[in-house]
Design a binder for this molecule. Structure first.
Ligand SMILES: Nc1nc2c(ncn2[C@@H]2O[C@H](COP(=O)(O)OP(=O)(O)O)[C@@H](O)[C@H]2O)c(=O)[nH]1
Ligand SMILES: [Mg+2]
Length: 407
């Protein structure tokens, strides 16, 4: 299990990467010249069936390190000199729980309903049954389906439990095996959202209406702002005036730059202007909001593809991240949305919002089973600091935490 020291090292590595990235960018060359850009704009494709540039994901993945385990002494020292690191110091008396312990406890509180719905119910069923038999497995199957884990993933879990049953495992062993099963499905590796080697870092947000795209952008702008990164929030959801206004409010709240055009403007044009502004003003991170609803699904996907094409004309490796925002409270619909979006555009990471207050958080387990795309962030509330890195092990541990252990 990660202790507070591990958490501190992870945080230091993250800070170091950002520090190093900023330093590197200060000496890098500016973006394309005005003449080049003008030429590129005039040749912007408008037909939806234009050739797509292949996604740069594999190269980018190679350049990035999401693994906090490799940190040299020199890097650690550098990270210690960065502002904000000191607050992570813990006294010896705090070490048993430490910062990470406190965060973990809070996570199990936030996902209380899902925890009770899945592990709470399964533990109760096992206790009531006293032994592992077909009836108990049927009951567990019911619980997993109701918690929105999804039919395919539930079947996989139950099939494996049937093998345990055949081997004659005890009820206590079954619950421990179940935890190991979940860890295998959800994974143990943490995928941090990390900056590419160039600036600006362009992040595109996609997802259906109401999943939490705009709120997630606001929360991320606050997180990045606190690390000293200048953010530009881009109102690419031009479908509703209120959506533009909502993003503007987040920009004010977080001290980020804001770029919007009128309602109904072409989102690709908004993105184009935003990237030019970001290059000219040496912005660190560009966060592009998009609409989640258009007249038809095809229209929406074509619009998103066009935004990606235009972004690539200015910065070929961008968007460096395309985050699909999914709402946990929609259960199995989230899985359906993941299918539709990932088939249409190269999504690089998932954000699962509203894990607080829902009993349908089992969908995260289903998503991890069915898609290889990592979950990078989770939303556990509406507040500005209610966005967290997704740590699969922490999530599974929180699911199995006993109510009395939670402070
Ligand atoms: N409880 C909770 N609410 C959230 C979370 N993320 C977003 N919301 C709320 O969900 C609603 C829709 O969010 P919004 O960002 O407008 O969604 P968008 O249409 O995808 O941009 C808003 O009321 C948000 O406050 C979360 O993690 N937890
Ligand atoms: Mg929105």
């Amino acid at each position: 299990m990660l202790n507070s020291l591990d958490a501190k090292i992870c945080r230091e590595v993250e800070l170091f990467m950002i520090f190093f990235w900023k330093k590197k960018q200060d000496t890098s060359t500016p973006g394309p010249s005005a003449a080049e850009e003008a030429q590129e704009t005039s040749s912007l494709p408008s037909a939806p069936d234009d050739q797509e540039t292949p996604a740069p994901n594999s190269t980018l993945a190679d350049q990035r390190s999401n693994d906090g385990s490799l940190v040299s002494a020199e890097q650690a020292t550098l990270a210690e000199q960065l502002p904000g690191t000191q607050e992570l110091e813990t006294t010896d008396s705090e070490k048993p729980r430490g910062l990470f312990g406190r965060l973990k406890a809070a996570l199990s509180q936030r996902i209380r309903k899902t925890r009770e719905e899945i592990v709470g119910q399964i533990k109760a069923a096992i206790k009531a049954a006293g032994k592992v038999d077909e009836n108990l497995l049927e009951r567990i199957e019911e619980i997993l389906i109701r918690a929105d884990v999804g039919a395919e993933t539930t079947l996989k879990i139950i099939e494996e439990m049937r093998e345990f049953e055949a081997r004659g495992v005890s009820a206590d062993e079954l619950i421990e095996n179940f935890k190991q099963q979940l860890l295998r499905i959800v994974g143990t590796e943490k995928h941090l959202l990390s900056p590419p080697p160039e600036r600006p870092w362009v992040i595109l947000f996609v997802g259906v209406n109401g999943t939490g795209k705009t709120t997630t952008i606001g929360k991320l702008a606050a997180e990045f702002g606190a690390k000293g990164l200048r953010c530009l929030l881009v109102a690419g959801d031009t479908f509703r005036a209120a959506a533009i206004e909502q993003l503007g409010i987040w920009a004010q709240r977080t001290g980020a730059e804001f770029l919007a055009k009128d309602m109904g403007a072409d989102p690709a044009g908004v993105a184009y202007d935003a990237l030019n502004k970001a290059i000219a003003e040496k912005i660190d991170v560009v966060l592009i909001d998009t609409a989640g609803r258009l007249h038809t699904k095809t229209n929406l996907m074509e619009e998103l593809k066009k935004v990606v094409r235009v972004v690539k004309k200015i910065i070929p490796n961008a968007p460096h991240d395309t985050l699909l925002v999914l709402d946990a409270t929609t259960g199995q619909n989230a899985i359906q949305q993941a299918r539709v979006f990932t088939e249409a555009i190269p999504v690089t990471g998932l954000v699962m919002t509203k894990l607080d207050g829902t009993a349908k958080g089992g969908v995260l387990i289903g998503i991890r089973n069915l898609f290889s795309i990592p979950v990078v962030k989770i939303g556990v509330g509406e507040g500005i600091d209610d966005l967290r890195d997704f740590d699969p092990k922490e999530f599974v541990d929180a699911l199995f935490e006993e109510p009395e252990e939670i402070s």
